[in-house]
Every structure is written in structure tokens, then in C-alpha cells.
Design a protein around this ligand. Structure first.
Ligand SMILES: Cc1ncc(COP(=O)(O)O)c(C=O)c1O
Length: 499
């Protein structure tokens, strides 16, 4: 059998997985050359990056040193590496053909060194070995019949496991027959929207701010009605007086603010749905990561006849798996299934079987426990650093998820701060990116999912410097121009499809 060994190349400036296949017919030296050459050409290993010494790389890969010497020498002869006696090899670079100027210049110029964009999990901690075991177990256990189309709405075994898991961990009332396995939340949301249209519903209330990937909604021909969010979640009073017939909500951890939908609002929301004969989509995207309190139960448990529950493995495992699920009310089951049948034949069967095996074996629970500890540590580190470097900062949404919301001082230039940080190699997003209407106060969304402690330290240091230099500029402006013009509240917003 072929095995791939993920090896991490480490030096002071590089951490990059180098895989070799010991059973390939290609020599190990040739494989090392191909991987490194490819990474340099693709820009993954940039000019100036130091590679491990021949001794160190040979040790990491478990190969003999002359193989590495040969590989490095060949790459040096081709101009990809610079070799110096007694020093680690350095990537010399690669003169790539000029690119089309299609991306924003700032992104071209500064590579991201620290990625603090929200809601991104640590993909480097994907449980590769456990997943491989699950794939193997799944494939070994599958009958020839099960490699056919099977049930297009999800393998029965996986639907059972998901129903079990959701009942046990989220209080979801899930009849396995009403579970639909989807290509991530994105497909689930699109199915929901098209099913609403099939029922004659046209106006969808959406949280403002919210996850702003609206294509699935717009393509279904639904009209979006923004509904305000505050520290207790979606403003139900505003929903009640709106023309919305259905809702999108993130009750356990509002995206992006992080609020938990309060008990009173939950029951009002359910009454509202019943009064209007409407439906809500509950996006439970990161409920597994809750740190300070016991998990907040899913809204669906209060009204399984009105609420479509949506889950995904994009935060818990990896978005690349493209697996998620809906639990649909009986009244929406037929339209959802009919639409899914028209679109595709459901997610790949082997992946579904692997996820079922992964969950059944307890590996999913173990992985979640491990990641909860990791993320909690990172969150605590981030909060401690912010308290130290930006003592006046107020943050929200800290009890769960993979990011926190940092409120900026009054009048702060959110976009300016994001741009300056990006120029320094730190990627963060502002709240305005997710806001539909002009909003009141500036805020940054600081993701800690994939950040190392040193990355957080460097990022918060940069943030403190940028905020403080902006404050100084403002004070300078105030001295020369007493009536300082404040930036319009919606400055820097991402263009929105409603507009
Ligand atoms: C609020 C929210 N919901 C759901 C998702 C997951 O989407 P998918 O399962 O399609 O990857 C994301 C991903 O970023 C998200 O931020």
C-alpha cells in the first residue's frame, strides 16, 4: 500500500509540509526535488526562506543524508536554492511569468504572515491519521452495492449517526429520515432558499451583520430584509414588524458579533414563525467550540416543525471535506429532497461512509475535545494580550467560536486599521465587511483559530501600534481642525448585492 508521510519542514522562517511516498517508483531524492521545486515555483516557499540543513532534513524525513545533499545540489544547479558552506540553504526564488493585474495591489505586495480572519479553523491540525483510518474502515466495510448511487439524500448509516450526535450534543430533535446530507452549509442554505421559493415564500429576514455570502439566497430569487442584531442576538421586535416571511439565524453564536440568542427572544421567534406560517434556517456553524459555559442548545429543539437545522464540518474538521447536514421539518422535506435530486446525486459516498465511521468510532468527539482545548488556550492568550496592549478595548463574543469581536474607540477608522495591518502582513477583517446597512461602531473581528502564540503576540503588538498611531493622527487633526469630520459610518463596506 502507498503511504504518504506528512513531514514538516521547519526552520526559523518556514513551516511547510513535505510529503514523500516511500513506495513510489520515483527515487526519494527525485521526490524531494519535485516537491521543493513545485513549492518554490508556486510561491509557497518564497525567496529568502531558509530550508533545514541536509542533516536536519534527512533526520525529519528518515532518509539518508546523501539523498538530501543530491536533491539540494540539483535544485541549486537549477537556480532555485543558494548553498553556502556551513549555513542552511536559502530559497533563491523563481522568476514567475508576470501575472494579470486582477488582484488588489495590497494583496500582491504583502504576503499574509499572520492570518486573524474570523471563523477559520486550524487546518494544520486536521486529524489525518484518524481520518485515514476512518476512510479505510469505511471502504473495507462497504458492500459493492453501497458504491452505487445509494440514497441521494445521504447514506442511511451517516444519517443515523448525525441524528444521534445532534440529539446528544445539541438537543436537536432529529429523525434520521429528515436528515439530509449536503455539500457543506452552502448547499444546505441554497436548498432551504429554493424550498422556500417552492412554498411561495419571497422575503427572507437576515441578521445584520451576518455571514455575507449571499449567492445561494439571491439565486433562489429571495428578497433579503436586514434585521438588526444586538448583544442578545437578532432583534425579534424588528423581525416582527418587518415584512419577512422566513429567517436566517445564528442563535448559538451570532456571526459575526458572537451574541447568544436569549431565551425570551427564542420563544418569541418561534411564535412569530408559527403566526406567519414561516420557517427559519438555524446556522449552527461553530457550536462545538464553546469554552466558558455549557453548550447552548439548538433552537430547533423548540420547533422542529418550523426550523431547519444546518450543521457543517467546515469548522470542526475542514471546509475541504464539503460535508454538512440539514435536519428539515416534515413539511419542507419533499421540496428539499426534490431540489437536491435535481441538482446532484448527493455528496461522495465514500466520504460519507468515512464520516460515519469517524463519528461512530469516537474520533470526532476526541478531535473536538482536543481542538476545544487548543482554541481555548489561543483565545485566552489573545484576550490577555489585548488586555495588556489595548487596555481600553472592549470585546464581545468570547465564550465560543474561533474569533472575538473587538470594539474600536469611537470614531476609529476601521478600514484604515485593517489596511495598515494588512500592509504589515496581518490579515484581519472589520465588522463592516459583514454589515448590510450603515452601522454605528467600528469593530474588528480577530480570529484565533489558526494563530500561534507568537503570531498572536506579533499581531496584537501591530494592532496596538496602528490603533495608537491612528489616535495620535486624530488628536493632531483635532488640534488643527476643531470640528473633525468623522468618517461616514458605512465607509469601507464591502459592496452588497442589495445595492
Ligand atoms: C457563519 C458561517 N456559517 C457557515 C459556514 C460554513 O460554510 P460551509 O459549510 O459551506 O463551508 C461558515 C464558513 O465560513 C460561516 O462563517
Amino acid at each position: 500500500m502507498t503511504t504518504l508521510a506528512p513531514i514538516v519542514l521547519t526552520s526559523s522562517s518556514a513551516a511547510w509540509p513535505l510529503r514523500i511516498d516511500r513506495e513510489s517508483r520515483e527515487t526519494l531524492s527525485a521526490q524531494i526535488q519535485v516537491r521543493l521545486r513545485g513549492a518554490i515555483r508556486a510561491g509557497a516557499l518564497r525567496s529568502g526562506v531558509k530550508l533545514p540543513s541536509t542533516r536536519s532534513l534527512a533526520g525529519q524525513l528518515g532518509v539518508s543524508r546523501p539523498l538530501v545533499v543530491e536533491a539540494y545540489a540539483q535544485l541549486a544547479a537549477e537556480g532555485y536554492l543558494e548553498l553556502r558552506r556551513g549555513a542552511c540553504p536559502v530559497v533563491a526564488g523563481f522568476a514567475a511569468p508576470p501575472r494579470q493585474a486582477s488582484r488588489a495591489p495590497a494583496e500582491e505586495e504583502t504576503p499574509i504572515r499572520f492570518d486573524l480572519r474570523p471563523a477559520i479553523p486550524d487546518l494544520g491540525m486536521f486529524p489525518r491519521q484518524a481520518w485515514l483510518r476512518a476512510v479505510r474502515a469505511a471502504l473495507n466495510g462497504m458492500t459493492a452495492e453501497e458504491l452505487g448511487y445509494g440514497d441521494r439524500h445521504g447514506a442511511v448509516r451517516l444519517r443515523n449517526v448525525i441524528a444521534d450526535y445532534l440529539g446528544r450534543t445539541r438537543g436537536v430533535l432529529a429523525d434520521p429520515d429528515l436528515v439530509v446530507v449536503t455539500g457543506g452549509f452552502a448547499e444546505g442554505r441554497a436548498l432551504f432558499c429554493h424550498a422556500l421559493r417552492a412554498r411561495g415564500i419571497e422575503r427572507l429576514g437576515v441578521e445584520d451583520p451576518s455571514y455575507s455570502d449571499w449567492e445561494g439566497v439571491d439565486m433562489a430569487g429571495l428578497h433579503r430584509i436586514p434585521i438588526a442584531v444586538d448583544s442578545a442576538g437578532i432583534d425579534i421586535a424588528a423581525a416582527e414588524t418587518s415584512a419577512a416571511q422566513a429567517l436566517f439565524v445564528t442563535p448559538a453564536h451570532q456571526f459575526p458579533i458572537g451574541a447568544v440568542l436569549g431565551a425570551e427572544r427564542r420563544s418569541r421567534l418561534v411564535s412569530w414563525l408559527r403566526d406567519r406560517d414561516g420557517f427559519a434556517l438555524e446556522d449552527d456553524y461553530d457550536a462545538e467550540f464553546r469554552y466558558d459555559q455549557s453548550p447552548v442548545g439548538a433552537l430547533q429543539g423548540l420547533a422542529p416543525d418550523r426550523i431547519v437545522y444546518a450543521g457543517t464540518v467546515s469548522k470542526t474538521l475542514a471546509p475541504g471535506l464539503r460535508l454538512g447536514w440539514l435536519v428539515v421539518p416534515p413539511d419542507l422535506a419533499d421540496p428539499v429532497r426534490a431540489i437536491q435530486r435535481r441538482w446532484n446525486a448527493g455528496p461522495p459516498r465514500i466520504d460519507q461512509a468515512a464520516l460515519a465511521a469517524f463519528m461512530e468510532s469516537g474520533a470526532y468527539d476526541r478531535h473536538l475535545r482536543r481542538m476545544r482545548r487548543v482554541y481555548r488556550r489561543r483565545r485566552d492568550t489573545l484576550m490577555a494580550l489585548l488586555a495588556d496592549k489595548l487596555p481600553e478595548a472592549r470585546f464581545e463574543g468570547v465564550a465560543a467560536g474561533l474569533h472575538i469581536t473587538l470594539r474600536l474607540p469611537d470614531g476609529a477608522d476601521e478600514l484604515g486599521i485593517c489596511t495598515e495591518l494588512r500592509r504589515r502582513g496581518v490579515a484581519v477583517e472589520g465588522l463592516s465587511r459583514y454589515s448590510i446597512r450603515p452601522y454605528g461602531s467600528a469593530a474588528l473581528l480577530l480570529g484565533y483559530g489558526r494563530a500561534s502564540e507568537s503570531g498572536l503576540r506579533a499581531s496584537v503588538q501591530a494592532l496596538a501600534e496602528v490603533v495608537s498611531s491612528q489616535g495620535e493622527q486624530d488628536r493632531g487633526t483635532a488640534r488643527t481642525a476643531p470640528a473633525r469630520r468623522r468618517a461616514p459610518p458605512d465607509q469601507g463596506r464591502a459592496p452588497h448585492a442589495d445595492e
